[in-house]
Design a protein around this ligand. Structure first.
Ligand code: NAD
Ligand code: ZN
Length: 254
């Protein structure tokens, strides 16, 4: 008996190679192999910090110093993380003209660090800090060196430029993500539980317009048995590396 997943990888590689117009939607799962834990689950941030107390815009406005207890831990983990084979593999797909863009829910900047050119940060970025009084922006790395909580030159405690619960998705990211989702011919959904709205609505936009949905996740999600066409039940790094290998067997269409 051969590898039972051989067929699914072959089909996925063939679809990507033939259609050549893929977009990826990524979530916390792509960065797990970089040592960034998911927020949910027994090892997650939300076990220690109740998200309603630490991760809403209301909580930040009420008591930013308290919210920075959680944020400082997050910033510390993010500052040590480097891209893994999943990030590098997706960047390679971009270079080979197979992947047009990445819509990411992650705030860690690792797709860009791996060399991906077009990355839509749906939930913003932890790499930047913003002042809610004067809208000054700062690089997190530099500002945090001066101490936590970091402050604007006006004195106000800065907020990471990422989307807390209760905040709107930045309109440009929302618009770009929708347009990418509606015009791709393959959507690769990788490492997302597809439970956080409105990001979880993106795959349906692609599906409606006729895109093939390829899902990579060791666990099934609400998408798996509803709109996913090809489900690869594996970790992102090895799965993407294997897909890239497989694509070599299918020459670009002439
Ligand atoms: P989630 O935590 O809800 O789901 C993560 C998914 O990844 C799960 O379905 C899990 O089965 C899967 N997974 C675990 N290990 C994997 C691996 N090695 N390869 C592939 N998949 C794997 O994540 P979400 O859907 O992105 O939603 C969580 C929210 O929390 C997002 O808004 C995100 O911004 C934020 N978040 C960001 C980071 C980050 O920036 N790295 C980390 C944690 C949470
Ligand atoms: Zn300010």
């Amino acid at each position: 008996m051969g590898d039972p997943r051989e067929k699914i990888f072959r089909e996925a590689a063939e679809t990507l190679a033939a259609r050549r117009n893929a977009v990826a939607l990524t979530g916390a799962g792509v960065s797990v192999e970089s040592g960034i834990p998911m927020f949910r689950g027994t090892q997650g941030m939300w076990e220690k910090y109740d998200p309603m107390e630490y991760a809403t815009i209301g909580a930040f406005l009420r008591d930013p110093e308290k919210v920075w207890e959680m944020l400082s831990e997050m910033v510390e983990v993010l500052s040590r993380a480097v891209p893994n084979p999943a990030h590098f593999g997706l960047a390679e797909m971009g270079k080979r003209g197979l992947l047009r863009s990445i819509i990411t829910q992650n705030v860690d900047g690792l797709h860009q660090a791996a060399g991906s050119q077009r990355v839509i940060e749906f939930h913003g970025s932890a790499g930047e800090l913003i002042c809610l009084s004067c809208w000054n922006r700062y690089s997190s790395r530099e500002k945090i060196r001066d101490g936590i909580p970091p402050r604007c030159e006006c004195g106000r405690i800065l907020k990471p430029n990422l989307v807390l619960f209760g905040e709107q998705i930045p309109w440009k990211a929302q618009e770009d993500a929708e347009s990418e989702a509606e015009t791709c011919s393959v959507l690769l959904v990788i490492g997302t539980s597809a439970q956080v709205a409105p990001a979880c609505d993106i795959p349906r936009l692609s599906k409606k317009k006729g895109a093939a949905i390829i899902e990579i996740n060791p666990e099934e999600t609400p998408l798996t048995r509803t709109i996913t066409d090809l489900y690869i039940p594996e970790n992102a790094g090895p799965a993407i590396s294997r897909l890239l290998e497989g694509i070599r067997d299918f020459p670009p269409p002439s």
